[in-house]
Design a protein around this ligand. Structure first.
Ligand SMILES: *Cc1c(COP(=O)(O)O)cnc(C)c1O
Length: 352
């Protein structure tokens, strides 16, 4: 006899993002802005005040308060997590029972199905329309016929960059009263159809937010779950007590308090995404290279092309990292200079 991994672990491989050093990183939807020197000094001062011998604040009250003020929600309805990733793990692990069915959609963020399977849930995947949009009626019907206990999707969607308007999302939540809807608004800072302000109207809704994208703090690992009081109490009880360390709490509190700075970053990122989309569209008119360039509600552009592998490799050879999917490319908006360099290399490829 020897020890054997169980079936669900036996074929798992560690997450494998693009590694190596590339001059331009447009592969992970991060903010193109690193912190200014003055903000770095501000967080250094806060870190120096941390009691390193003490456990952190379990409920991360300071960052939760800063988040609440920035987004206009009550701090009583907010749970902090070690990245949204941890929150997705807690939710799929604790709000369902093994064998329950949870619905995800395709294409969408791959972590939903990953955690659901790890926690022995059945995953039923709803296929989007050919144009990558979601039909609310079909999705509702799919959830009903799968007897779904949960539905999880990102809005706007990673990777498609497309958004579902507020009225459609409301309809989905309202017509599935027995189903817990987990709405990942990681990219909603770049669009205007958030349901955060309506969170208290629903007893079957959790909205996820992250500090890794518009807030520009992917290095720090911080996300938030927003839900009504009953769900929030359960979330806080189910998470590991000290999930957010004191250093991260100090840093995130400082940055979330910088409303003006964050708004400015957000506006520039939105503008850079629009101009990247415009440039790619214009180039496509000239070379007719892509099947589709989707109009983004996010900080990245999604492209349908059968040349995805070739272009991906050509970019890497030119020290530019982008993300490829089967049949598609995803390009995060960078700074103006980064986008210009990406466009120059793309034109070089297309004009060969
Ligand atoms: C990037 C991303 C997140 C962020 O996850 P963190 O763990 O907070 O970094 C969450 N959801 C989606 C859809 C994303 O693309």
């Amino acid at each position: 006899m020897s020890y054997k991994l169980n079936k669900k672990l036996a074929d798992l491989v560690p997450y494998d993002p693009i590694t190596g050093t590339y001059k331009i990183r447009l592969d992970a939807n991060e903010s193109c802005f690193n912190l200014s020197d003055s903000l770095k000094e501000k967080i250094c001062r806060s870190i120096s005040e941390v009691s390193f011998n003490r456990y952190p604040d379990c409920l991360a009250e300071k960052p939760v308060k800063a988040f609440s003020q920035l987004y206009g929600v009550s701090p009583e309805l907010v749970t902090a997590g070690n990245g949204s990733d941890e929150l997705i793990s807690i939710i799929t692990g604790c709000f369902f029972e093994s064998g329950d069915t949870i619905v995800d959609v395709s294409n969408d963020f791959s972590m939903y199905g990953f955690y659901a399977q790890l926690y022995e849930l059945k995953v039923a995947t709803y296929q989007k329309e050919a144009d990558l949009t979601i039909s609310p009626e079909k999705l509702i019907e799919f959830c009903r016929s799968s007897n779904a206990k949960g539905l999880i999707f990102s809005n706007p969607c990673n990777p498609t960059s497309l958004g579902l308007d507020r009225a459609s999302v409301r309809k989905i939540i309202e017509e599935l009263p027995d189903c817990l809807v987990i709405l990942d608004e990681a990219y909603m800072d770049f669009w205007d159809q958030s349901l955060l302000g309506e969170i208290d109207n629903y007893d079957n809704l959790i909205i996820l937010k992250t500090c890794s994208k518009a807030i520009g703090m992917a290095a720090v690992r911080f996300g938030f779950a927003v839900a009504n009081k009953v769900i929030t109490t359960a979330m806080r009880a189910a998470k590991s007590p000290y999930n957010n360390d004191s250093v991260a709490q100090a840093i995130v509190s400082d940055i979330l308090a910088e409303k003006e700075y964050l708004n400015k970053c957000r506006e520039v990122i939105i503008a850079n995404t629009r101009s990247l989309y415009g440039s790619i569209t214009a180039l496509n008119e000239k070379y007719k290279a892509f099947d589709e360039v989707y109009k983004p509600c996010t900080n990245f552009v999604y492209i349908k092309t059968d040349k995805f592998q070739d272009i991906y490799e050509f970019m890497l050879e030119n020290s530019i990292a982008i993300r490829k999917f089967n049949g598609y490319l995803r390009v995060t908006a960078g700074t103006e200079a980064e986008n210009a360099e990406f466009m120059a290399v793309l034109e070089k490829y297309l004009s060969r």
